[in-house]
Design a protein around this ligand. Structure first.
Ligand code: NAD
Ligand code: MG
Length: 386
């Protein structure tokens, strides 16, 4: 029986994780749940899964929860300390890191430093602090199992193979909602257009990242750390059907891939039950019905975030953390209609131009780089982005 802490339980990954837990009550028990501000859903989850610990960001939400759940409810905590408590509790064996954004870094690091196994959805943890995270996983002895579908596919395609035999990794990308739009039309993109992902139903931030293709850029950096390869050996193929979830090309020319219908339950379940496979009740993949799978090169001119992410990945040090922070501010500003869709990469580029890259030797430095990226991006927006 695995004792789970689900960080970000009310999000898209959190909810899918709880569906798996509900289907396999003999394998998983929910020990801790944490959420941002969706208290109504959190209350339902607490009543259904009966965790011992719950954490939310705001104190007023914690007070509200205490009133609703009563004296026989779980222990209720708040703030970053509350998240850390849940992530590092001795009662927890596996932490599902499903908070969105750089806010996931500190609690995920706490879990790693407590030797937990981590089912990692929060790619921003590796983007911002990859070298420190990998070092800590080695030092504290837990396992880091990817939830991101591309990384799960690569992880599966690598099993039983030797890393020196890898020539390159190929991440597939759906291409997002604007794959077929001409560049000229991108000037008029609205938040609703950008949130309408063709293949996956996800949280808002990752949906916008998919529309700009920054999501794929972040995934290149995530793969760089998970699989210890330079970003130059990580390629992207646009594959609109999202059936091949990613591939590994070996030095003898063999290419191994993992396929499946686009449903996050498969990679989440594998991260939770590795090396076993759970009998999920999903629609089977019917390649004969699909008939054709398509592939193309990503359009760098239409999606400048890709180039920015490769450059930040190559620069290393604080560059990816600053880029990620600028991207988070840009996505929020776009959703609030303060900047246009095409200003997202422009803003990130301006922030990176002003930044002098530093080596990262501890998490405080990562947090400072994150703060620098956010402040600089906000200042540029306030000054009028042209
Ligand atoms: P989401 O927005 O649906 O959910 C995020 C969760 O984190 C919610 O529970 C929210 O309450 C909580 N949260 C938000 N801000 C927080 C903060 N500051 N402190 C604490 N908790 C906070 O996001 P999602 O789509 O589930 O994505 C979660 C992570 O998984 C992201 O890093 C994303 O890139 C990654 N991921 C998601 C998918 C997907 O299909 N949704 C696929 C691959 C990877
Ligand atoms: Mg992905």
């Amino acid at each position: 029986m695995k004792q789970l802490a689900i960080l970000g339980s009310t999000g898209s990954i959190g909810v899918s994780t709880l569906q798996i837990v509900a289907a396999f009550p003999d394998k998983f028990q929910v020990t801790a749940l944490t959420a941002g501000r969706n208290i109504d859903l959190l209350v339902q989850q607490v009543r259904r899964f009966k965790p011992k610990l719950v954490a939310v960001i705001a104190e007023e939400d914690a007070e509200r929860l205490k009133k609703i759940l009563g004296s026989d409810g779980p222990e209720i905590l708040c703030g970053v300390e509350g998240l850390i408590h849940c992530a590092s509790s001795p009662q927890v064996s596996t932490v599902v890191a499903a908070i969105v954004g750089a806010a996931g870094l500190v609690p995920t690091m706490a879990a790693i430093r407590s030797g937990k196994d981590i089912a990692l959805a929060n790619k921003e943890t590796l983007v911002t602090a990859g070298s420190l995270v990998i070092e800590a996983v080695r030092e504290y002895g837990g396992r880091l199992l990817p939830v991101d579908s591309e990384h799960s596919a690569i992880f599966q395609s690598l099993e039983g193979h030797q890393s020196e035999d890898i020539r390159r990794l190929i991440l597939t990308a759906s291409g997002g909602p604007f794959r077929e739009w001409p560049l000229s039309r991108l000037a008029s993109v609205t938040p609703a257009d950008a949130l309408a992902h063709p293949n996956w139903d996800m949280g808002q931030k990752i949906s916008i990242d998919s529309a700009t293709m920054m999501n794929k850029g972040l995934e290149v950096i995530e793969a760089r750390w998970l699989f210890d390869l330079p970003v130059e050996r990580i390629a992207i193929h646009v594959h609109p059907e999202s059936i091949i979830h990613s591939m590994v090309e070996y030095r003898d020319g063999a290419v191994l891939a993992q396929l499946g219908i686009p449903d996050m339950q498969t990679p989440i379940a594998y991260a939770l039950s590795w090396p076993d496979r759970l009998p999920l009740q999903l629609e089977p993949l019917d390649l004969c019905r699909i008939g054709t799978l398509n592939f193309s090169e990503p359009d760098q001119a239409k999606f400048p975030c890709l180039g920015l992410a490769y450059a930040a990945g190559q620069a290393g040090g604080s560059a990816p953390a600053v880029m990620n922070a600028a991207n988070e501010v840009a996505v929020e500003a776009f959703l609030d209609r303060h900047i246009s869709f095409q200003q997202i990469p422009q803003l990130i580029e301006k922030v990176l131009e002003q930044h002098t890259v530093e080596d990262l030797t501890n998490i405080d430095q990562v947090l400072r780089a994150d703060l620098y990226g956010r402040r600089t991006a906000r200042d540029i927006i306030a000054g009028g982005l042209t």
